[in-house]
Ligand binder design. Sequence first.
Ligand SMILES: Nc1ncnc2c1ncn2[C@@H]1O[C@H](COP(=O)(O)OP(=O)(O)O)[C@@H](O)[C@H]1O
Ligand SMILES: [Mg+2]
Length: 251
Amino acid sequence: MSTITVENLTKTYGDVEALVDISFEIPDGEFVVLLGESGAGKSTLLRCLNGLTSPTEGTISIGDEEITGPRDDVAMIFQQHYIIGQMSAYGNALTGSLNRTPFLRSLLQRNDRADKIEALNALDTVGLLDEAGQRAERMSGGQQQRVGIARALVQQPSLLLADEPVASLDPASAETVMGYIRDAAKSRNLTTIASLHQVNLAREFGERFVGLKDGELVFDGYREDLTVDVIDRIYGNIETSSIRNEREANA
Ligand SMILES: Nc1ncnc2c1ncn2[C@@H]1O[C@H](COP(=O)(O)OP(=O)(O)O)[C@@H](O)[C@H]1O
Ligand SMILES: [Mg+2]
């Protein structure tokens, strides 16, 4: 695992500047929450980080290596879980090892013993060891998302990315799933960047925050610096007023 360095990253789509001259550095093992309203550039930044999109200008590196395309050691958790319904939780988790299993062997389900142990470990990490044999389609949305986390862990990534991983879940499941992502990352010292649009969840789970507005980096700092004014800068007044109301209600 190593430092992630984003340097002068710009991404344009035609006339749209999705990211404008973004630079930041993330040390090993940090849990970063990416904040920004819809259209701010969060998904574009995550896609550049996982190599699915190439920068218009600037570079992203993991350690000394510049990211030039998709890498096996960068795992991504999506809002939709993209898991295979007819397969068990265990089978789904095991697909995270496909990048190091020859195709024919995986087809015959002859995965390495080490990979199988890894899959069970990952399911244990997300609290689903007892459900390992359960068909994914029978599981709740939150459980399916936890299977997606397990699969990402089995990939043995050096960087974990999550694009609005709890956006489709109810508030209670969102909390649970965010808790599992954070605990999994922390117990493995896994550098993680997760985008979240819910400010309250972000403040609860984030350690470091990167705020985007209209493709520009408007905040980069730690929890104690994430003041109401900063949230204003990132979101405008709507979110802030809800936090102010909440504070007044709690006062
Ligand atoms: N493939 C694309 N083609 C054209 N414009 C895009 C594409 N992807 C994103 N954009 C634009 O880039 C901006 C940032 O989008 P996005 O990264 O999806 O923001 P977020 O994830 O924060 O909602 C938006 O204006 C969006 O319309
Ligand atoms: Mg997005």
